[in-house]
Design a protein around this ligand. Structure first.
Ligand code: PLP
Length: 387
């Protein structure tokens, strides 16, 4: 393949070297982690070492990590009315969520549709804390789901402030940290999360592995997602994906060591990319720019641009970017995130996401800008806008 510039890291990241090695080593281990013989114990050791590595990334105890098949599945495991704490055994009476959650949360998990309520966001992409306070006060025992960073805009949510509001009213807080973990600080205790979702493939693990992490054993999940052989303390039965889990552990350990330096490096590349983008097209709009964002993410649009066409044009120039949220059908839906931020339909149609990662370089930014120069000048001619 001709040289490609991959700028779609929020969709998925490449497998880290350490994760690939851990995956291959684990594939060579024969045992089932539930078996008592030496082979089984060897597989169990791999799973438990990974549990320690994943726990360390979010400053949790290994015993509070539940491995799942994805971030989506971890969200399903979390979003249940049956969650109990030592002090509250009655079911949660509402699921409150910000209007900009990922579709795996928006679907409501295991709550019935009529128990799910949205909390609006401000035009900068941050959740409206006053509206959150009203909603939790009204319901008193809700489960609230708020992402740490949005997958489309990269906007970082005021999770610690939200946690204080939620706990003050007797609620529990689930945090979807899929896009944030390994990119910004993600300390479960500092965030005030009761439950936290992770996905391996966003931080350089293999696709198809995730985890739900709880604050402490005080949080009792109570409602197994998959019943069977009792794996993952009975909450998610099925023989563990030992290789995927080992790779997840290795990726988490690498991310843990590198994220702070990588955040500074990515932010400087991202700033260069945004400055170049707006120098070429002053009428380009960057969403969420007024709020704190992930260091690697830019979501932008321009009047007259269509996201599907732009993504194809970039692809033909060798640059992989995405149009808002990636969806498995390949169909582009107008972004519910931008709609919730009150963005006009004309701009919403053109939203293109550029996301960087640890392999992204200055050359990638230059290639992106060269492709954008061509595309924006074609757009300007087509729409009679001065380039
Ligand atoms: N939550 C967020 C914020 C995401 O961006 C994604 C995936 O893009 C998920 C959850 C789902 O994770 P997974 O792909 O592991 O199912």
């Amino acid at each position: 393949m001709a040289h490609r510039t991959y700028l779609d890291w929020n969709a998925t990241a490449p497998l880290r070297l350490q994760a690939g090695e851990a995956h291959a080593e684990a594939c060579a281990v024969t045992g089932n982690p539930s078996s008592v013989h030496a082979e089984g114990r060897a597989a169990r050791r791999l799973v438990e070492r990974a549990r320690e590595q994943v726990a360390a990334l979010v400053a949790a105890r290994p015993a509070d990590v539940f491995f799942t098949s994805s971030g989506t599945e971890a969200n399903m495991l979390a979003l249940s009315a049956a969650i109990e704490t030592a002090g509250e055994k009655r079911p949660r009476n509402r699921l409150l969520m910000s209007a900009i959650e990922h579709s795996s949360v928006r679907s409501g998990g295991r709550f019935s549709r009529d128990m799910v309520e949205d909390v609006p966001v401000h035009s900068d992409g941050r959740v409206n804390l006053a509206a959150l306070k009203d909603a939790v006060t009204k319901w008193s025992r809700p489960l609230v789901s708020l992402m740490l960073a949005n997958n489309e805009t990269g906007v970082v949510q005021p999770v610690a402030e939200a946690a204080a509001i939620v706990h003050g009213a007797g609620g529990l807080l689930h945090v979807d940290a899929v896009q944030a973990a390994g990119r910004i600080a993600c300390d479960l205790g500092a965030l005030g999360a009761d439950l936290l979702t992770l996905s391996a493939h966003k931080m350089g693990g293999a696709k198809g592995t995730g985890a739900l992490v709880r604050r402490s054993e005080d949080i009792h999940l109570a409602d197994p997602l998959i019943r069977g052989g009792g794996q993952e303390r009975g909450m998610r039965a099925g023989t563990e994906n030992v290789a995927g889990i080992a790779a997840f552990g290795a990726a988490a350990a690498a991310a843990h060591g590198e994220w702070a330096a990588e955040a500074t490096r990515a932010a400087s590349l991202r700033d260069e990319l945004e400055a170049g983008l707006q120098a070429i097209s002053p009428q380009a709009v960057i969403f969420g720019q007024a709020a704190m964002r992930l260091p690697n993410t830019t979501l932008f649009s321009m009047p007259g641009m269509k996201a599907e066409t732009a993504v194809i044009a970039f692809d033909l120039e060798g640059v992989a970017v995405s149009s808002g949220a990636a969806c498995s059908s390949g169909k582009v839906q107008p972004s519910h995130v931008l709609a919730a931020m009150g963005i006009s339909p004309a701009l919403l149609r053109g939203a293109v996401r550029v996301s960087l990662g640890w392999e992204s370089t200055e050359t990638d930014v230059e290639r992106f800008l060269a492709a954008w120069r061509k595309l924006s000048s074609a757009l300007s001619k087509e729409h009679g806008i001065a380039a």
